[in-house]
Design a protein around this ligand. Structure first.
Ligand code: UD1
Ligand code: MG
Length: 447
């Protein structure tokens, strides 16, 4: 059966207390809309329609950044979820397959659950995804009779008795497009919110003798984000799931509860991630790498067998070769670090190419920014950069060259050369004690 996904993202999300539309708030560095679009990808939908309204242009841009083929349907006034789905009708005219509706604020449905919904359509006309809620709060309640779902009652409209129901509506619904659109036409807004509720489709379908059923999943998948608290809860749930998934993929997490992943973090098997490591978006770590405690890694690639940290920061464009060592208080940005190179202590390497097996001494800095432009530093294979070398870019240090500690290198260093670029030392014999006495006298006078 051909499926089309319709993602509702027109709401303002008033309960977020934000100028940003709710769908653009982030969990694990990806917008709720991005999570939703990725969630429906498992069904390989023929088309994906995103219904936008509040700050619609921003939401549409984000949708098409993620899926350039996403179709945008506009809902000028947010009159309710049924009205929002009807906005997709024009884009889907003539489509006879299935529609799967997903709310952008409920975007953590797993691929398996998506498939279970599709499978359930083989024996039902309309499928709703429900969950057993520990604390059902304001979710819509599913009123069932045996296997049949009879209707969904919104919290605001529910009787005291109905509010005791713990089987809740996730917001995901699937059914054939012609049926869904004709049911929506029957829906009115005579309810506590004065909105056209998509959830009313169920009662109308039931009245027509259609088979309506519930597929259930774990509550963690159906977390709906309506407030900042919900967003924080969704982040916790995402992180718990990500930690388990990485461990299942063969990654050792020494203290899983202290490691934070982005939605797209990739880590190869037999890698170890120690305590308090934070991944920003775009981090890939190959197999058998070791990330020691307190690192921050974002937009960076770490190759097999590399050892990072403790306390290292890899920023976007950091490409580390195999067996590279990056130690404490080292920051690397937009740089290629060749296999086996070592940058072990207190260094900044930005806009650089570091050859294989080069050694960058403690406190060395690529001075890449002149206040207006960024410039490149090239460090050759097996070069030895002495501690506290300032490399004023653009500059090249040749293969196997050495820079003396404390050098300020402003000119290229030829291959194999020793660069000495520091003030010569003078030793004044016996001067240490004399200097101390002078200083002490000055201090006494001041008192
Ligand atoms: C909705 C469900 C409720 C369910 C809950 C799950 C309805 C009537 N209620 O309630 O049964 O338990 O989700 O999280 O569907 N939207 C539009 N246009 C509109 C209104 C909403 O696009 O006119 C979008 C919102 O941006 C949001 C989604 O639809 O992504 C759901 O709307 P929301 O107002 O959050 O509904 P809930 O009160 O959470
Ligand atoms: Mg909601």
């Amino acid at each position: 059966m051909n499926t089309v996904a319709v993602i509702l993202a027109a709401g303002k999300g008033a309960r977020m207390g934000s100028d940003l539309p709710k769908a653009l708030h982030k969990v694990a560095h990806a917008t709720l809309l991005e999570h939703a679009l990725r969630a429906v990808e498992t069904l390989e939908p023929e088309k994906t329609v995103v219904v936008v309204g509040h700050e619609g242009e921003m939401v549409a841009l984000e949708a098409q950044r993620i899926n350039e083929e996403a179709i945008i349907a506009k809902q000028k006034k947010q009159l309710g979820t049924a009205h929002a789905v009807s906005m997709a009708k024009e884009a889907l005219s003539g489509f006879k397959g299935d529609i799967l509706v997903l709310y952008a604020d409920t975007p953590f449905i797993s691929g398996e659950t998506m498939k279970a919904i599709r499978d359930a359509r083989a024996t039902s006309d309309l499928v709703v995804l429900g969950f057993e809620a520990k604390d059902p709060v304001r979710y819509g309640r599913l009123v069932t009779n045996g296997d049949r779902l009879e209707r969904i009652v919104e919290f605001k409209d529910a009787s005291e008795e109905e509010r005791t129901i713990t089987l809740c509506n996730s917001g995901v619904m699937a059914g054939p497009a012609p049926l869904l659109f004709s049911l929506i036409e029957e829906i009115d807004n005579q309810n506590a919110s004065g909105e056209y509720y998509l959830t009313d489709c169920v009662a109308h379908a039931h009245a027509r003798g259609k088979i309506t059923c519930v597929v259930t999943c774990d509550e963690k998948e159906t977390l709906g984000v309506n407030s900042r608290q919900d967003l924080a809860i969704a982040e916790i749930a995402f992180q718990e799931r990500a930690r388990l998934e990485h461990m299942e993929n063969g990654v050792s997490l020494v203290a899983p509860e202290t490691v934070y992943f982005a939605f797209d973090t990739v880590i190869g098997r037999d890698s170890v991630v120690e305590q308090y490591v934070v991944f920003g978006p775009g981090a890939t770590i190959e197999t058998a790498a070791h990330v020691k405690a307190f690192c921050h890694i974002e937009g960076a690639h770490v190759s097999e067998g590399a050892i990072i940290g403790p306390f290292a920061r890899l920023r976007p464009g950091a490409e580390l070769g195999e067996q590279v060592r990056v130690g404490n208080f080292v920051e690397i940005k937009n740089s290629m670090i060749g296999d086996g190179a070592k940058i072990n202590h207190l260094s900044y390497v930005g806009d650089a190419e570091v050859g294989a097996n080069a050694n960058i001494g403690a406190g060395s800095v690529t001075c890449n920014y002149d206040g207006v432009m960024k410039h490149k530093t090239m460090i050759g294979e097996a070069a030895f950069v002495g501690s506290n070398t300032m490399m004023v870019a653009p500059v090249t240090i040749g293969k196997r060259a050495i820079t003396a500690s404390g050098s300020v290198v402003t000119k290229d260093v030829p291959e194999g050369a020793l660069a000495l670029a520091r003030a010569p030392q003078e030793n004044k014999l016996g001067m240490a004690r004399k200097l101390m006495n002078i200083l002490k006298k000055r201090k006494q006078k001041n008192i």
